[in-house]
Ligand binder design. Sequence first.
Ligand code: NAX
Length: 326
Amino acid sequence: TKAPMRVAVTGAAGQICYSLLFRIANGDMLGKDQPVILQLLDITPALPAVNGVVMELEDCAFPLLAGVVVSDDPNVAFKDADIAILVGARPRSKGMERKDLLEANGAIFTVQGKALNDHASRNVKVLVVGNPANTNAYIAMKSAPDLPRENFTAMLRLDHNRALSQIAAKTGKAIDAIEKLVVWGNHSPTMYPDTRFATIAGESVDALINDQTWTRDTFIPTVGKRGAAIIEARGLSSAASAANAAIDHIHDWVLGTNGKWVTMGIPSNGEYGIPADTLYGMPVTCENGKYTLVNGLEIDEFSRSKMDATLAELEEEKAGIAHLLA
Ligand code: NAX
């Protein structure tokens, strides 16, 4: 049998984790032959609730769950972590300005980045889910100078999966058959789901849909505003689907995509005109525990303007937290 992998998860008392932790322990993320040790972090007042979740994990009697650690100290929760999923973040409260939100999260992710730097496995794969996800991942990466930059990623997979589902519904084709979809940019309504390269069984998705007005005026905004639509309908933000996307992201990063493109928020090396280090949604393939950017795609004028708009938002967020990293 395999040695257990250590999976650190933050925000363990929250609603995403109420779905996520059970699926990790069930083997959905790392495989049905891979034991896991969960290392759960939340803030001190939330620890009783985390302990309740741990009781439920115990009561599932998951054969793959080899241990659980609970802490309010990132230095403990990230110790020797092979995977770190950073879900916990400061939500925007009433009357809170965007600037204050960035500041509050900046404080969390500088501390957690440093704790990863000091205590996690040198190969730790970090996925930031907590919003603003791309900028939080950037802060954590910058706060962990001893870890490779490529270990830090932000979650764009929910946006990618939302786009897949919209395309499947429009074309009447199976989700599995859709390839080469890209979601560029920030995890925010400015993101750009790009169907130009997408195919279904080798056929162009744009040609199958054959309705640019739908793609531009319905598809793109529907994907962009899906999070708000879920809040409107449910009274709570996406949780099970966000957890599912986190499972998909780490699953594919660790176990590979067999050549299929998926979207990950990764630090740029200057490709596609995105400034180096900016955490930006881009197409990748994964193999042997590493992702590779799908490079050299042609960017037309419409796409450039969309990609620049979402980049501008990221640059603004980055400027808002620059003083925390000085
Ligand atoms: P909840 O408010 O239910 O849970 C958040 C948990 O994080 C709470 O238990 C809280 O105590 C904990 N927390 C706060 N500060 C912490 C810290 N410093 N260290 C450890 N834990 C801390 O939120 P939930 O619905 O689970 O969402 C979590 C985050 O995911 C939010 O920031 C949300 O905006 C973000 N999302 C990101 C998505 C993405 O695609 N990237 C989609 C879903 C979701 O909206």
